[in-house]
Design a protein around this ligand. Structure first.
Ligand code: URA
Length: 235
């Protein structure tokens, strides 16, 4: 989701269904306030979190919201779905306006999902340029060995996308379990990487995104607001 930046005159004209000429006269009469200050020019920039008042009436007021959800299996990482319960359905009692998911997980994957209405923040987390590390605990059907470590680090050719995956870290935890750290998020990436070894993924659990760790006091399906410190870990 893109941040909703734009000009205040465009916003007011659309909101009040009036021509831009009328917006200019509102401005000339000092009847338009942005975050409590009188608006001087029609091209003043606003975003989805700007407090906008016109003739004493609030036209837009929205707080930034940041949630962490322990996604259980069988819940889809989407805002709406005809078939399955969605991650947003689990956020009971929460205002869903503009909420979106910063980094999806497959239907059967579990673990950390970050959900926000702040598009700038989620873009910073998910932009390929920022190479934010996502850490997963992966359980495999067959034993793993050191040859996997090299293959993950060396990158794998993905025919469909026409790319070679970036160097990924694989740490063997036990015969059937590994920690995998990715700096990107291609479709079914981890399953496809283990697929090269004909080794099906039995369970996939995201432990962290960047410096934000899944709160280990949360149970599957539970969520909480991010602390201000956690929010500030993304920039
Ligand atoms: N890779 C996958 O294959 N699935 C996920 O849910 C996340 C990463």
């Amino acid at each position: 989701m893109a941040s909703k930046r734009g000009r205040i005159d465009t916003f007011i004209a659309k909101q009040l269904q009036i021509p831009k000429k009328s917006v200019r006269s509102l401005i000339a009469n000092q009847q338009l306030l942005l975050n409590g200050d009188i608006v001087i020019t029609p091209d003043t920039q606003i975003d989805e979190f700007s407090l906008i008042e016109c003739q004493g009436e609030i036209l837009q007021q929205r707080q930034r919201a940041y949630w962490m959800l322990y996604k259980p299996q069988g819940v889809v990482s989407a805002t709406v779905d005809e078939q399955h319960q969605t991650a947003l359905d689990l956020l009971e009692g929460v205002d869903k306006d503009l909420l979106h998911i910063a980094g999806r997980l497959d239907l059967n994957s579990t673990g950390l999902l970050l959900i926000t209405n702040d598009a700038k923040w989620s873009q910073a987390l998910m932009s390929p340029d920022n190479k934010v590390t996502k850490r997963y605990l992966v359980t495999l059907a067959n034993p793993i060995d050191d040859t996997y470590v090299e293959a993950f680090a060396g990158g794998m050719w993905f025919e469909y996308e026409g790319i070679t995956t970036q160097a990924a870290t694989l740490i063997i935890v036990s015969r059937y379990q590994a920690i995998v750290e990715l700096k990107e998020g291609k479709y079914h990436q981890i399953k496809r990487m283990f697929g090269r070894f004909n080794n099906p993924v039995v369970a996939l659990h995201r432990e962290s995104i960047g410096l934000i760790e899944l709160d280990n006091t949360l149970q599957p399906g539970e969520f909480r607001a991010l602390s201000a410190d956690e929010v500030s870990l993304v920039n």
